[in-house]
Design a protein around this ligand. Structure first.
Ligand SMILES: Nc1ncnc2c1ncn2[C@@H]1O[C@H](COP(=O)(O)OP(=O)(O)OP(=O)(O)O)[C@@H](O)[C@H]1O
Length: 366
C-alpha cells in the first residue's frame, strides 16, 4: 500500500472500523473518517436506533486519531436502493438480504463514489476479509485482486461481500482482515480508543437495533391467511402476513404442537390462499431440506466460472462452507447441487461461492 494513499474510512462508531482507521494511519496513509447516515428513526419505526451515539463515538475516535471526520447523508439512496428492495422482496414472498446489498449498493456503491468525488483513492471498512493481489499488472492494465475470508474464522464477514465486483474490490481496503478479534480489542485498548470496550453491533445493516419484524409491521400492511399443516392440510390457525415468516422459522409461529419433543417449523408459503405451511421439524419435514437450487443474478469478483465446477458455498452468513456442484445454465444463472441436503433455503437469499477460502462471487437463490 502506497504511503501517500488517501483513504476514506467508513467509521460506524464500532470498534472494528475504529481499529481499521488506526492501522491505516500507522501505515502512513492519509486517512479521513466518515459516518454514513442511511437511516434515522423518523418514519415511526419502532425500536431503538443508536445512530446518534454511533456518530458521537466515531467522531471521538477520529478526534483521538487527529483525523478529519464527516457525516455523509445517504438517506435518499438508502431508501431507494435498500429499503425499497427490502419491501419489494417481501411483497413478492422472498427473503431479501439487505446486508449483502448494502455493501454492493451503498458502502462500495454511492459511498465509494462520494469518496472518489472527494479525491480518495480507496474506501476502507472494518470487515473481517482479506484482499490480496491475484495478478500484478504487467502492462498499463490495473492489477487484479482476490478476496479471502478473514483470518479470524469466527468473525469472517466475506459472505457479506459476495456481490462485489473487481472494480469495487480494487478500491476497497480491509485493514483488520488479518487480525483475530481479541488482538483487535487489545490494540484498541492499548491505543485508548473510545470504542475499545463497545459491544459488537447487531440488527440489520443501517436499520440499527430495529428488528426486522418491527420494521415490516410498520411498512407492510397485515395480510392475514391460514396456518396450514403441510402433511395433512389441517388448518391450525391464522397468521398476520406471510412476510413476517421465513422458511425454517420455529419461534413465533404461535401454534403449540401438543406433542412431546415436536415443534412446528415453517416449511413453505402458498401464494394462492396466503397459507403459511408448517410441519413438525425434522429431516422429513416436507420442503424444509433441499439438495438443488437455482441461482440467478450471479456476480463475480474475478473471472466468471463458466463451466461445471466442484466448488463450495455458504448459504447464510454464519453457516460453514459446504461442497457443491456448480452447473452454469444457458439463461445466465446456474444450477447448484449440494453434496448434502441444506436446511431452510429461503428464496431471495444469497449463496456465496468459494474455492477454499477464496470468495469467487455469489448469486441470489430461488
Ligand atoms: N453507518 C455507517 N457509517 C460508516 N461505516 C459503516 C456504517 N455501518 C457500517 N459501516 C462500515 O461497514 C463495516 C461493517 O459493518 P457492520 O455493521 O458489519 O459492522 P461491524 O462488523 O460491527 O464493525 P464495527 O465494529 O466497525 O461497527 C464497519 O466496520 C464499517 O466500516
Amino acid at each position: 500500500m502506497s504511503a501517500r494513499e488517501k483513504i476514506l474510512v467508513a467509521m460506524s462508531g464500532g470498534v472494528d472500523s475504529s481499529v481499521a482507521a488506526l492501522l491505516l494511519q500507522r501505515q502512513g496513509c492519509d486517512v479521513v473518517g466518515a459516518y454514513m447516515k442511511n437511516w434515522i428513526n423518523e418514519e415511526n419505526v419502532i425500536g431503538h436506533c443508536p445512530w446518534e451515539q454511533d456518530i458521537v463515538d466515531a467522531r471521538a475516535v477520529a478526534d483521538q486519531l487527529g483525523i478529519e471526520f464527516h457525516v455523509v447523508n445517504l438517506m435518499r439512496d438508502y431508501r431507494a436502493r435498500i429499503v425499497d428492495y427490502l419491501l419489494d422482496g417481501y411483497a413478492r414472498g422472498l427473503t431479501p438480504n439487505p446486508d449483502v446489498m448494502c455493501n454492493r449498493e451503498i458502502k462500495f456503491g454511492v459511498f465509494r463514489q462520494w469518496g472518489r468525488d472527494h479525491g480518495f483513492t480507496a474506501i476502507a471498512t472494518g470487515h473481517y476479509a482479506r484482499r490480496v493481489l491475484a495478478k500484478p499488472a504487467l502492462t498499463d492494465a490495473p492489477a487484479t485482486y482476490s478476496l479471502l475470508e478473514g483470518a479470524d474464522k469466527n468473525k469472517d464477514q466475506s459472505y457479506f461481500l459476495a456481490l462485489l465486483n473487481q472494480e469495487q474490490l480494487r478500491d476497497a481496503r480491509f485493514p483488520i482482515g488479518d487480525l483475530p478479534k481479541p488482538e483487535l480489542r487489545r490494540l484498541a485498548h492499548e491505543a485508548g480508543l473510545a470504542t475499545a470496550a463497545k459491544k459488537d453491533s447487531q440488527g440489520i445493516c443501517f436499520i440499527g437495533e430495529v428488528k426486522m419484524q418491527d420494521f415490516l409491521r410498520t411498512f407492510v400492511p397485515d395480510q392475514p391467511g391460514p396456518i396450514v399443516r403441510a402433511t395433512d392440510g389441517a388448518v391450525l390457525g391464522t397468521h398476520r402476513g406471510l412476510h413476517l415468516y421465513t422458511l425454517g422459522q420455529r419461534r413465533g409461529i404461535g401454534i403449540p404442537s401438543n406433542t412431546d419433543f415436536q415443534n412446528y417449523v415453517v416449511v413453505g408459503k402458498r401464494a394462492a390462499d396466503r397459507a403459511l405451511l408448517v410441519a413438525f421439524d425434522g429431516p422429513d419435514a416436507p420442503g424444509l431440506f433441499c439438495r438443488e437450487i437455482r441461482v440467478h443474478h450471479l456476480s463475480w469478483i474475478g473471472a466468471p466460472v463458466s463451466t461445471p465446477a466442484a466448488l463450495e458455498g455458504r448459504v447464510r452468513y454464519r453457516d460453514p462452507r459446504v461442497p457443491l456442484e456448480y452447473l452454469p445454465a444457458a439463461d445466465g444463472g446456474a444450477l447448484v447441487r449440494f453434496a448434502t441436503p441444506q436446511r431452510a433455503l429461503a428464496a431471495g437469499q444469497v449463496l456465496a461461492l468459494y474455492r477454499g477460502e477464496q470468495l469467487l462471487g455469489g448469486g441470489v437463490y430461488l
